[in-house]
Design a protein around this ligand. Structure first.
Ligand SMILES: [Zn+2]
Ligand SMILES: [Zn+2]
Length: 233
């Protein structure tokens, strides 16, 4: 179990360095000079993110061990184990439940005390960069780290769909913080864009703080009147 937690920590850390590094390189090509003068901030973002990697890796490693060795979790390998339509639906369910958890814990973390103790670390990224995707105080990282390892005990998911959830989580975490919009205007300003979160939406959260709290979808922000539209990064 300890070995599994250590391996998972290493995987999360290396995955962070490779994916954030890739998007930082793309940024250098597409928006030269965007991160100029931010090297101090980027160093701190990498430090907090690597600490978060351990906090994400430990529960994930323990659950992965229990799944393999003890038959814990409702992760399944056989695609026929549930109706095929469950695959796209489970993907949406995981994203929606993760988004719901994130919205409400994030909103709570903007209250003065939790903000000062924990969430200020994430908001020290002004403007955020591709390295800020996991730049959280350990207390905040813990609230994020338990979501998927907890969901796999309750909501059945095919192992491939779970991989897709983790891929979307990683890529959106980075692109939302990259400081420029990677998705085309026709999508961001479309009817689908009205419900989806990309950098244009999350950048505004880093500018104005008490709005645009969501992770993947604008559903809760629209419902609760906290959606303050898009900025133009
Ligand atoms: Zn952020
Ligand atoms: Zn925030």
């Amino acid at each position: 179990m300890i070995a599994s937690a250590a391996v998972m920590t290493a995987i999360v850390g290396v995955r962070y360095l490779m994916t954030s590094g890739l998007f930082a390189l793309i940024t250098r090509r597409v928006r030269p000079g965007l991160y100029q003068g931010l090297s101090g901030q980027i160093g701190r973002e990498i430090g907090w993110s690597l600490l978060s990697a351990a906090i994400y890796g430990i529960p994930a490693g323990i659950v992965a061990w229990g799944w393999q060795e003890r038959g814990w979790t409702r992760i399944y390998n056989d695609p026929q184990a549930y109706p095929l339509w469950w695959m796209p639906l489970s993907l949406l369910a995981y994203l929606f439940l993760h988004d719901t958890w994130f919205y409400w814990t994030h909103r709570w973390m903007h209250r003065p005390v939790p903000f000062r103790i924990a969430h200020a670390v994430h908001h020290a990224s002004r403007p955020p960069t591709a390295w800020a995707a996991m730049s959280f105080h350990p207390a905040e990282a813990l609230t994020g780290a338990i979501v998927i390892p907890a969901l796999v005990f309750f909501v059945p998911i095919h192992v491939g769909v779970l991989g897709l959830v983790l891929l979307i989580m990683t890529v959106m975490g980075i692109t939302n913080h990259m400081g420029w919009e990677i998705f085309p205007r026709w999508l961001v300003h479309s009817r689908a864009g009205h419900w989806l979160i990309t950098a244009s939406h999350h950048n505004r959260h880093h500018e104005f703080y008490r709005c645009n709290y969501g992770l993947y979808f604008r559903f809760w922000d629209h419902l609760c009147g906290t959606d303050k539209g898009l900025s133009v990064p």
